[in-house]
Design a protein around this ligand. Structure first.
Ligand code: ZN
Ligand code: ZN
Length: 498
């Protein structure tokens, strides 16, 4: 779907479908909705008076102008209560309206920017939310089927604004929205792909096309590259894998050491069987989403490049399968990571922290201002916070933590802080190595974070996004399946960085 911006009156639009809005309990609509009401001889007010539309959040009233204006239909989407209305309210309204328009076979849709009128939200943010949610809501994974469903598609969405003074800000918002949606769509695609398609090689190819399109530097390391760098922890996990592991690094403004450096690290286990500590077979297929962190980093790098953010941003994604095999690493093995620390393997299913260990050590050479890793790491994080509710956040720095929480609040890709206490180290004490890779049944999210901290030497945050990358339940602008979680959060965090 293409997005245009037009100055003018919405009722004069040449689109086949027009979207306007209404707050809960408004009896006489104003602004653009008022203009439509006047053009339709009071049709909107009449529906309100009759109780057919009430402005409740999630509601869409459909009006057929029958020649009174050029559009075939007008959708009036409810915004809910004006009190406390925010950008998430904008996203939900935009998403619900555009999905209804699609279902009604609309091809050319015109909308106003929700929330920029009486609600008083900043124009750029409201325009971004309107456009971003419209794009994200219409996402469909292009499944490999002979019998293609012929999905209804909208060709263009035109954002119509009467006030010429607002156009520049709308343009800014739409530009950000398009870039963000493009990154989030990439992340969703990678997670939705079957694991025999979204292999480490596929992730490397994806990184290569991002690098080629946007002139970023790319490094793709294989087994011998990693072994020269003594990445014993990454290689241990990859040992049992038939698919070739890939250690992928994308650099945006890589040479600009004068800029602040943020390193993003994403866990890229393209399929996690658990290895020799094999998982139960029920729902094992969901483990194709164990590269949700890597997908978020690749998606974020694409958006960072599209927006050409004035930061030095490095994206690192260690990618491998975790398979049981004659060659696979085993419980009781002692493995040496690239910083020389040794790890006693308790469970080969705690492989995410192994590959992240070497990636976090690798990040240090960039002398980063901050490093943020994202990983579908522990079931215990999902038990603590709930699936689809919030990611767990651990940070060595309060300011970094607060910035991430705030970006999560703005984007509604929420994070909630968990403690990074040294006490968790006790559980990792080993008789045969510097640490174990698992700390037993209790506090699993804390012990995984304190394990990772052993491989960091800088300002750092760890986001446990298990339960966030993939969901069975759809919401307004997120269909079921891959969510793309992390892209919008990271981009908002980076855009707010000063
Ligand atoms: Zn695992
Ligand atoms: Zn895993």
């Amino acid at each position: 779907m293409k997005i245009n911006i037009e100055q003018g009156s919405i009722q004069a639009s040449a689109a086949d479908t027009i979207i306007v809005n209404l707050f809960d309990d408004v009896t006489i609509p104003g602004g653009a909705t008022g203009a439509i009401d006047a053009a339709l001889a009071g049709a909107v007010s009449e529906l309100i008076a009759n109780g057919d539309i009430s402005g409740k959040a999630g509601e869409v009233g459909v009006i057929y102008p029958r020649g009174a204006i050029s559009a075939k239909r007008v959708l009036v989407v409810g915004l809910g209560k004006r009190d406390g209305f925010d950008v998430e309210g904008v996203r939900k309204a935009a998403a619900i309206a555009i999905k209804r328009a699609r279902d009604l076979n609309a091809k050319y849709v015109a909308t106003i920017v929700h929330g920029a009128g009486v609600a008083g939200l900043p124009t750029a943010a409201a325009a971004q939310a309107t456009a971003e949610a419209s794009l994200l809501a219409l996402y469909q994974f292009d499944a490999d089927k002979q019998q293609k469903e012929s999905p209804k598609t909208i060709e263009t969405l035109t954002i119509v604004e009467f006030d010429a003074a607002k156009l520049a800000e709308i343009e800014t918002g739409v530009k950000v929205a398009t870039a963000v949606a493009s990154g989030a769509t990439l992340a969703r695609d990678l997670v939705n792909m079957p694991p025999n398609v979204a292999t480490p090689t596929k992730l490397a190819e994806t990184a290569r096309s991002i690098a080629n399109d946007h002139n970023l530097k790319l490094i793709v390391g294989g087994r011998s590259w990693a072994s020269r760098r003594k990445m014993g922890a990454f290689l241990a996990v990859a040992k049992g894998a038939g698919e070739k592991p890939k250690f992928i690094v994308l650099e945006h403004n890589g040479k600009r050491e004068d800029l602040e450096t943020i390193v993003l690290v994403g866990k890229g286990v393209t399929f996690d069987t658990g290895g020799i500590s094999i998982k139960p077979s029920a729902n094992m297929g969901l483990m194709k989403s164990d590269m949700g962190g890597a997908a978020a980093v690749l998606g974020a790098m694409k958006t960072v490049a599209l927006l050409d953010l004035p930061l030095r941003v490095i994206g690192i994604t260690p990618a491998t399968e975790n398979m049981p095999d004659a060659e696979a690493y085993r419980p009781a093995d002692v493995i040496k990571a690239s910083n020389g620390k040794t790890i006693e393997i308790i469970s080969t299913d705690a492989e995410g922290r192994m590959i992240l260990a070497d990636a976090l050590v690798y990040a240090e050479q960039y002398q980063p201002t901050a490093v943020i890793d994202l990983a579908t790491l522990t079931g215990s994080c999902v038990i603590a916070l709930g699936g689809g509710i919030a990611g767990g956040l651990f940070s060595t720095d309060d300011d970094l933590r607060d910035r991430l929480v705030s970006a999560g609040q703005t984007t509604q890709e929420r994070l909630w802080p968990l403690p990074l206490w040294d006490d968790y180290k006790q559980a990792l004490k080993s008789d045969v190595a510097d640490m174990k890779n698992g700390g037993g049944r209790y506090g699993g999210v804390g012990t995984s974070a304190i394990f990772l901290k052993e491989f960091t030497n800088y300002t750092w945050a760890h986001l446990d996004i298990a339960g966030m990358a993939y969901g069975e339940k759809p919401s307004a602008y997120t269909p079921s399946g891959a969510t793309g979680f992390g892209v919008r959060l990271l981009v908002e965090f980076l855009r707010q960085w000063e």
